[in-house]
Design a protein around this ligand. Structure first.
Ligand code: IYR
Length: 270
């Protein structure tokens, strides 16, 4: 088994190298699940040490580092949460690729405790909208949001109308897996689930923006209805919902200011 793992890793490394040299389709490589060939299988909690493989990172010259870091910062500065979408279609593959990128997130003990549920089905989107608006009406109009919270939301102009949930071509709901299930149906412990999913959500948002797509980090609260509507198992809880599409031609966003560096960073010296 160990030999097989080694052969698999060598083959994989060779494929990666060939791919980067030749531009071969990446689907072959992307589908490979880490550790699957090490004998740990999907139940990779069997106390088998993972096969260690060499890792290198391209060492950039300082000028190139600055150029890339500045370009990335400028790109991310242009990201906004969008509530007014067009109904223009978005290729499903773009959303899939953003999910694959999100799924590169670090996670507690590499358990990858997330499921990205995707729907572009008009009827499912309608059901999500109806249920989300029901919950939000209790929040906004039924007094479930306390006054200080409603006041904080006022400048954003949000209300219980969630029309965008039907307008967008895609909705992705990120579910956190509170625990995993191995092939025997035994519980597998997951660690730092919220932190892991939060990081994956951040990478997902950046990946969508990078692909020229818009989204909203949306948490209609409570979100339990998503478990029922999307038929998810008992070990999963909705973490965040992402309507995905393009901004409408008449899209507006609140005129917000981002905190300056000195408001968010503190340097400590001995
Ligand atoms: N979930 C509600 C309320 C809401 C809460 C926060 I915190 C926001 O930043 C925005 C909205 C809604 O989606 O309207």
């Amino acid at each position: 088994m160990a030999d097989f793992a080694l052969v698999a890793d060598v083959l994989w490394l060779a494929l990666v190298s060939i791919r980067s040299l030749s531009g071969l389709p990446s689907s072959l490589i992307r589908r490979r699940r880490p550790f699957q060939d090490t004998g740990c299988g999907p139940d990779y909690c069997r106390h088998m040490p993972a096969q260690m493989i060499p890792y290198t990172q391209e060492r950039l010259d300082p000028e190139e580092q600055w150029r890339r870091a500045t370009a990335f910062h400028e790109k991310m500065e242009r990201r906004r949460s969008v509530r007014f979408f067009s109904n223009d279609s978005v290729p499903r593959e773009l959303v899939e690729l953003a999910i694959q990128t999100a799924s590169t997130a670090p996670s507690g003990a590499h358990r990858q405790p997330w499921t990205f549920v995707v729907t572009g089905d008009p009827e499912v989107k309608r059901q999500i909208r109806v249920a989300a608006e029901e919950e939000e009406r209790v929040n906004y109009e039924g007094g479930r949001i306390p006054d200080h919270w409603r006041e904080a939301l006022e400048p954003l102009g949000t209300d219980s109308n969630k029309q965008y949930l039907e307008t967008v071509p895609w909705i992705v709901v990120l579910f956190e897996q509170r625990y995993g299930l191995d092939s025997d149906g035994e519980k597998v412990h997951h660690f730092y689930v919220k932190e892991s999913c939060g990081i994956a959500a951040g990478i997902f948002i950046a990946a969508l923006h990078h692909a020229g797509l818009a989204t909203l980090t949306h948490t209609p609260s409570p979100m339990k209805f998503l478990t029922r509507l999307l038929g998810r198992p008992g070990n999963e809880r909705p973490f965040c919902m992402f309507p995905i599409g393009y901004p409408s031609d008449d899209c507006v966003v609140p005129d917000l200011r981002r905190k300056d560096l000195d408001e968010v960073m503190v340097e400590v010296r001995a």
